[in-house]
Design a binder for this molecule. Structure first.
Ligand code: 5GP
Length: 205
């Protein structure tokens, strides 16, 4: 029996290059989960191998700015020269269906969600060391040196905001990090304040 009806919003955040995408994919490959990924919208160019509607919805700046005006984003941020945002309607729809909705977003956007959705769970993913972050950005091979340096400078500021999160997970190894996140999600479900109302209702029936 599922006592709590509305799904859980899980925000995975952390500096660029920490491996959020890889950990998220490992999380979704785990058996027996009820997770749904919220596909973001972005104005950044498509990278090789990325698929429209799976990795992102790729749009031009004009479309993105219009959607901001129309209040279509739960959160949005400008990140090293491009816009990124979470479409609001899809998130609400899935939460209403009782799904766990996973956002994989940068820090500024995560803190916007925090202000609006107190009941969401906020996880900050960190690398085992600063050098690991640099190596990962470099080895990914998707960014120019200029862009890697920009992302590294941005990461330094992002680290300072880790204390605003509910959990800090070290990405020392992808599957370990995914396991820890799954453990957090399961534990969050058992939180008294999430379930007590339904439990009292059940006893009354
Ligand atoms: P990338 O260009 O590497 O795909 O993403 C750059 C950064 O933007 C990453 O930290 C990624 O997690 C973040 N990001 C992706 N989608 C969103 C979104 O919808 N909102 C916000 N605020 N950040 C996002």
């Amino acid at each position: 029996m599922k006592l709590n009806q509305r799904g859980l919003l899980v925000v995975i955040s952390g500096p660029s290059g920490v491996g959020k995408g890889t950990v998220r994919r490992a999380l979704f490959n785990m058996p027996n989960h009820d997770l749904v990924y919220s596909v973001s919208m972005t104005t950044r160019p498509v990278r090789e191998g990325e698929i429209e509607g799976v990795d992102y919805y790729f749009v031009d700046k004009e479309t993105f700015l219009r959607r901001i005006q129309e209040n279509k984003f739960l959160e949005w941020a400008e990140f090293v020269g491009h816009y990124y945002g979470t479409p609001r309607d899809k998130v609400d729809e899935q939460l209403d269906l009782g799904k766990e909705v996973v956002l994989e977003i940068e820090v500024e956007g995560a803190l916007q969600v925090r202000k609006q959705m107190k009941e969401a769970v906020f996880i900050f993913l960190v690398p085992p060391g600063k050098l690991a972050l640099y190596d990962r950005l470099k080895n990914r091979g998707t960014e120019s040196m200029n862009m890697i340096n920009k992302r590294m400078r941005k990461a330094e500021g992002e680290f300072l905001l880790a204390h605003k999160y509910d959990y800090i997970v070290v990405n020392d190894e992808v599957n370990n990090a995914a396991d820890r996140i799954m453990a957090i999600i399961r534990a969050e479900h058992a939180r008294t304040e999430r379930t007590i109302h339904n439990y009292i209702k059940m006893i009354g029936e």
